[in-house]
Design a binder for this molecule. Sequence first.
Ligand code: DQA
Length: 146
Amino acid sequence: MMKPIHILNGPNLNLLGLRQPEIYGHETLADVAARCAALASELGVSVAFKQSNHEGEIVEMIHLARLEAAAIVINPAAYTHTSVAILDALNTFEGPVFEVHISNVHKREGFRHHSYVSLRADGVIAGCGTEGYLLALRRAVSVLRG
Ligand code: DQA
């Protein structure tokens, strides 16, 4: 059996469903985690779904993924646009990395147009709502299965 796929979420995503629903929708992060788990079992893989509001904790999650994960799906949230530390951590990970944004960051403020994480990501999905996590998960599995 393949190692799990780690799905990592950055700051404020714990408030998904409550936070600016006109941008991010009404689903909660627990709903997204449940949909990812259901798709994972359909695809015959396992997932670990995590969230942190702290940059260093996300770095530690990536270090753990180095040891335990076959692929990373990450929505780094605001750290997308600021964090060299998260980029450096992702550069130590050997498997495929997929970056997800619920909103279309390119349609929003200029400061959201640049992503440090995109310098490492093998694929980027933005503006597909929370379905982006499922698309990224499917892509991770198809890349891992060759
Ligand atoms: C986000 C987009 C980021 O610009 C923002 O800071 C977030 C969420 C998204 O999923 O659309 O917190 O990553």
